[in-house]
Design a protein around this ligand. Sequence first.
Ligand code: NIG
Ligand code: FE
Length: 415
Amino acid sequence: MKTPKLIGPLVQMITLSGLPIKGALKDEQLEVIENAGILILNDKIIEIGDYKTLLRTYRDRRIKKIEVKGAMVALPSWIDCHTHICFAGSRAKDFAMRNAGKSYLEIAKAGGGIWDTVQSTRAADIAQLKKLTASRIQRHLKAGITTIEIKSGYGLMPSQELKMLSTIQMLKTPADLIPTCLAAHMKPKDFIGSNEAYLSDIQHKLFPMLKTHHLSNRVDAFVEQSAFTPEEITPYLLGAKAQGFDITIHADQFTTGGSALAIKLGAKSADHLEVSGENEIQALAKSDVVSVALPGASLGIGCAFTPARKILDAGGALAIASDWNPGSAPMGNLIAQASVLAAFEKLSTAEVFAGLTFRAASALGLSDRGVLAPGMLADFNLYAVEDYQEILYQQGQLAPVQVWKKGALVKFKEA
Ligand code: NIG
Ligand code: FE
């Protein structure tokens, strides 16, 4: 029998417990336990509360005390529910051209855009892709992000999509990786036939393989005039649902239509939403679809942020993710992006923390994390600060000093 570990004393523990999945939040609603302790066994939390009380309660039982030196604030570890970090190559040229005022079409003509990354990623072998993805995972882990969704979508043919998703499956990391099939990212330029024919090919040739090899339970699609229209994608997503996949959609990034489809199909989340208007916001707020803001894409493209304030005020569930990808969101610093979004959209710390923890978990259909409470996974970060407000204030520059994943301290090699 393993020995429970008691970690503390912690100047503050922000549990994120007892908060609703939807709607605006005030910082006064945050549960802050001062002089706290956390008792864990194996991968789960057994108890949290006042450190001295926990010491007293367990004094006659065998527990391992892990005393913390100096002021330390504890929070659930972060969840990034939308990334594209399995890729090869760089699109620095796209970024420079965009900033120099070139249009989407001009960039595509110069060999840029998603298709550029598809070619680099197809050319990479599994070992190369593993190495590139692992280093990005490591960066996220150091920032205290221990659950990371990763999309395919740079293979765009069954064998290459399988390569990407197999790479993700093979990676050994303390982080939980949630693979999502984004074969509907765009119709590949070398596919001869209609958008519908491409989607049907994927559905019939790839989906069964994903199930057989347990490569993914989630299907994503880029719903946009330049990718797939709601009409083209509906049979594909219905097929995916019928085969047991959860659905998520890249929605309302440049034109609307995607979020309405996400609601109609009962998607777990609708992500992007930069151009969502009043109708879309109200409809999302009434639904169970989690709205995912991707401030990294707004910063990478130079466009408006997702109307996060309006979504929350309308009663919606808002998660915040990095969208880390080589094209629109190359930065990959989720906490910096969330802090910037908070400053521009006027989000409370509680709303940002919720969006990076249990609301992001909900976008992924996970109910075992994102909150510090008995029975939940022991996934938490310790920051060497006196007050939790320092974390967003430092806009991504403050890294946790300890990252715990499933009850184990994540070990980092010295840089
Ligand atoms: O989420 N919008 C579509 N897909 C990605 C961009 C991917 C890329 O440019 O490589 C996004 O922004
Ligand atoms: Fe994306």
